[in-house]
Design a binder for this molecule. Sequence first.
Ligand code: ZN
Ligand code: ZN
Length: 337
Amino acid sequence: MKAAVVTDFGKPLEIQDLTVPVPGSGEVLVRMEASGICHTDIHAAHGDWPVKPRPPFIPGHEGVGLVQSAGPGVSQDLIGKRVAIPWLGKSCGNCRYCVSGWATLCPQQQNTGYSVDGCYAEYAIGHVSGIVEVPEGVPPFDAVPLTCAGVTTYKAIKVARVQPAERVAVFGVGGLGHLALQYARLVGGLVAAVDLEPDKLGLAHRLGADQIVNARTHDPVEELKSAGGVDVAVVLAAAPKAFEQAYRSLNPGGRLVLVAMPADDAALSVPIFETTVGGISVIGSIVGTRQDLAEVFALHAAGRTQVIAESRRLEQVNEAFDEVLGGRAEARLVIEF
Ligand code: ZN
Ligand code: ZN
């Protein structure tokens, strides 16, 4: 099978011809139809974060395809089904987090395209504790960005407990942000989109953002404050400055949701007095559970969300990374097989 492989941190990915893997106990072999490019894959390929993957490895955690075969202990009924392989590739199912609906915090989790091989390949292995069936009504090309960008931002809106008519600022519009603003609107939030790129702000406008803020030409804190401040700020841009601006735009009772992860383990400095007196919450939010992803698919099948993505070939993976890093991709780039 063809696969894009990280051979060493910071090096271009190599397209290699590898043996198709054999599914082990609890695993399925999935013939990939499409696989999304997430900024996390670039961080993985560069070894940007404190916990690093071990090259050589295959990145990619937005994989969607058809189950080709099933390993021991897996129902044969899964064969032929369309499934998504998300970031949360496998969890233990028994720890306090797994049994209370927080498998995303399972200390024994395996992460697709990071601690185990991922989906930049014609075939990928999924574990039954991680895969999610893609319903009829969600085309594979749409299912791909929903598998990480969708579930991650859906969860961020959920943990922020957005109430109808609350003001929600989305910092960073691209692959995640274009979905975040739709979920914020779905629960009744009034949405401000903040970005540096006019194209992305245009996209946010088309998707129904109530306020558009160009952070290159205007101070987003002033713009947001003068429009009434924000009750929830979701940070999807990896620039440390965006986190500070998001914090400073909050109203009393506001919630800051951290989703993007800058390289080099950057720190956020928060004033203690204002945080305490203002009743501010700072919340970290990492992807979502299988149930969250099933809900994301259900909303899409019901016509409540739009996915904006462009198709690429596996051989274009390095150029696609450059497009994402240069802010040139409007939203998601999806490798089609
Ligand atoms: Zn991702
Ligand atoms: Zn667990």
